[in-house]
Design a protein around this ligand. Sequence first.
Ligand code: SAM
Length: 355
Amino acid sequence: MIPSLTATDAGNADACIDTLARPLEDLRLSVIDQCNFRCAYCMPKDVFTRDYPFLRAAERLSFEEMITLARTFVGLGVKKIRITGGEPLLRKDLPRLVEALARLETPAGKPVEIAMTTNGALLAAQARALKDAGLARVTVSLDALDDHVFRAMNDVDFPVARVLDGIDAALAAGLAPLKVNAVVKKSRNAHQILPLARHFRHSSVNLRFIEYMDVGGADGWALGEVVTAAEMRTLIEREFALVPQPGRASDTATGFRYADGGGEVGFIASVSKPFCGDCTRARVSADGKLFLCLFAGRSLDLRPWLRAGQTGQLEQAIRAGWRARTDRYSEQRGALRASGAGRRYPVVRMSLVGG
Ligand code: SAM
């Protein structure tokens, strides 16, 4: 059943609440569509070649445009901004953007939380400057501990040790607790689940395992390659007892703590238990297109208003877009898969819109 707006929301002309009663609270801001990795589930080498038409620098939003955009979103209810990509650390001078974003305040005068998702390859050199600029949290993607498996998965022969150095540098800079996200693909890294769990127990790292999704980029996706969150949890529980943790409704991960005090671990069941009911996230691509869902086929180009300095119209357009939002693609795609329809729906590239 589709929940209707409450009387209070409906009576508030400024409220930014969609047709399924979900408020706009999070912004994922992609700063670049390029990446230095070629993970087959996201940016496969045969598609993302040297000739691939990545955005040219002039097509990307400038930092000033991103700051205007972020300020507008914060005025509409956003409390948390996650910087993503592509690989965000490839964008030059990123601390300058972080510094400006970290100065934003919500209409209630509270600071906006600035977070970032990165593959960690360039983190060791930049962690301190990012922390000093006001970055509050960082999530590092890491799919394997075994160097051979990791090099094969990133498909550019990048050594795992340098990502681990990046994680250590981030922790040393005070970016703790830090999250590590591992995407699990049955034939590639299912055997890395336990080594990753063992490695990050008793550390300031909150490890989360993500089900392999059929997002844009994952061209050869097959249900048989998905290890479900329940299967991953069972595997870990063979070695370590887990206790469920209560979480925020809009949290993407189901959280657990190790019963012996070894820290936390989580599972993101984006395929086996798609969650759209509490999705409060808007996404903006590096060229300024607003996507209301990770799987949206359509977007709204915000650049014309940004480039013309028409912030009032920009705000109206975002508000109107969010209020008309009906997206619940993950749930709908689950139904399609159950009917055996396969992937016949259009998908936006994850590297463009950010994870
Ligand atoms: N380059 C950054 C990074 O590696 O974290 C940020 C962008 S990346 C697109 C964001 C996240 O999306 C990563 O954690 C990545 O593992 C995840 N991701 C990409 N393709 C995926 C897929 N097919 N299934 C599940 N997660 C995926």
